[in-house]
Design a protein around this ligand. Structure first.
Ligand SMILES: Cc1ncc(COP(=O)(O)O)c(C=O)c1O
Length: 382
């Protein structure tokens, strides 16, 4: 008889799907308070440019709607499993039919629901790497067989390679547009070729408000196009978890049937509706972030060891042309400036910098210039 918790859990793990025990874990960004305590820096001194969040915060109307949630006719009552108010508001915003929309706890939940709906163990998932890490993670959790197709050096999609990789086992192609972490859009002709393959294509438009050019209007005419979007970036609601997908009606009906019934909580519901009512203000902030992206890009180009790539999103991927990109991330972090380093194929010599407020860009630039050069060895520039 096993007696300790640890040996007990080893016993239980014998019943777990073995591929889950082998899978690589998702690497989320560290919460500010945790990182600040570890580094011994006051949280208010941290410049958080590692999560592509919106540093302007939620809209005032969303904050007011949250504050106005009635304690006894709000938080203690289950939310609407049919998402009627949210789907109607999203239909008005996107121009899609409400029945073609499914809301979730972030677009992460839509990725999860789509994988659960479409993948049987061993089915192939095509991922256009380097890209957002949730696609490989979710494919692994659902037992899918992961088929990475590398992008070109400029991060455009290698469409002929995708065409060669698709076969009767392919159940999903994920393509982020703008892509994270490279910031480039998928050209319409590439999308048309992917759609012509006939398998479900998920276009992840998490950053589309920063670029324009959504392909949501195409969903009505295609039976294999799914578009997922989020309130985390443009609407400043990353902490509340609010996302949605637009897809052909039969698939939307299925996702509504298999999702956890109360997946959109009452606070997210209130904040989504209020944010859409406050879209003018939010989109004005988006315009400010886009302007700041261009200013920051020009500033980064003046740093001798960085080469910023063009971006259509709220972040900039930079080649670190001298020194070590991972150590540069560490050196900035030690000064309270958080950026993202991935250390994966195609990204080892790069860091991704989210666009914050102008004062964040200025502090980042002053720190980079004070360094003189990118660190080459552990301990340098700390
Ligand atoms: C391309 C892409 N898709 C989806 C997400 C997840 O968004 P959400 O917060 O809605 O789950 C992110 C978050 O960084 C992302 O970069």
């Amino acid at each position: 008889m096993e007696s300790t918790g640890t040996t007990m859990s080893y016993g239980l793990l014998r019943y777990v799907r073995p591929e889950l025990l082998r899978m690589a874990h998702y690497e989320p960004v560290e919460p500010v308070e945790v990182a600040a305590a570890r580094l011994g820096i006051p949280p208010e001194r941290i410049v958080k440019l590692d999560g592509n969040e919106n540093l302007y915060g939620p809209s005032p109307r969303a904050l007011a709607a949250l504050a106005a949630l009635h304690p006894l006719h709000g938080y203690n009552i289950y939310p609407d499993p049919d998402q009627l108010r949210v789907r109607a508001a999203l239909a008005e915003y996107t121009g899609a039919a409400p029945d073609c929309i499914v809301a979730g706890a972030g677009s992460d939940e839509l990725i999860d629901l789509l994988a659960r709906a479409l993948l049987a163990p061993g089915d192939h998932v095509i991922d256009l790497v380097p890209t957002f890490g949730m696609y490989v993670f979710t494919a692994a959790v659902c037992g899918g067989a992961y088929v990475p197709v590398p992008r070109h050096d400029d991060f455009s999609v290698d469409v002929p390679a995708v065409e060669a990789a698709v076969d009767e086992r392919t159940k999903l192609i994920f393509v982020a547009s703008p892509n994270n972490p490279s910031g480039n859009l998928l050209p319409r002709e590439d999308l048309d070729r992917l759609l012509a393959l006939g398998v479900p294509v998920v276009v992840d438009e998490a950053y589309i408000e920063f670029s324009g050019g959504s392909v949501v209007p195409l969903v009505a005419d295609r039976d294999n196009l799914i578009v997922i979007r989020t309130f985390s970036k443009w609407a400043g609601l990353a902490g509340l978890r609010a996302g949605y997908g637009v897809m052909p009606r039969p698939l939307a009906d299925l996702l509504m049937a298999i999702k956890p019934p109360y997946n959109i909580n009452v606070a997210a519901e209130a904040a989504i509706v209020a944010s859409l009512e406050d879209r003018e203000l939010l989109l004005e902030r988006v315009a400010r972030i886009v302007a700041e992206r261009e200013r920051l890009s020009a500033l980064l180009a003046s740093v001798p060891f960085l080469r910023p790539r063009p971006s259509a999103a709220n972040f900039i991927l930079c080649d670190v042309t001298a020194g070590d990109a991972g150590l540069l991330r560490d050196a900035l972090r030690a000064q309270g400036i958080f950026t993202r380093y991935f250390g994966r194929d195609g990204l080892r010599d790069k860091i991704r910098i989210s666009v914050g407020l102008p004062e964040h860009s200025d502090r980042l630039l002053a720190t980079l210039h004070a360094m003189g050069e990118a660190p080459r060895e552990l301990g340098q520039s700390r």
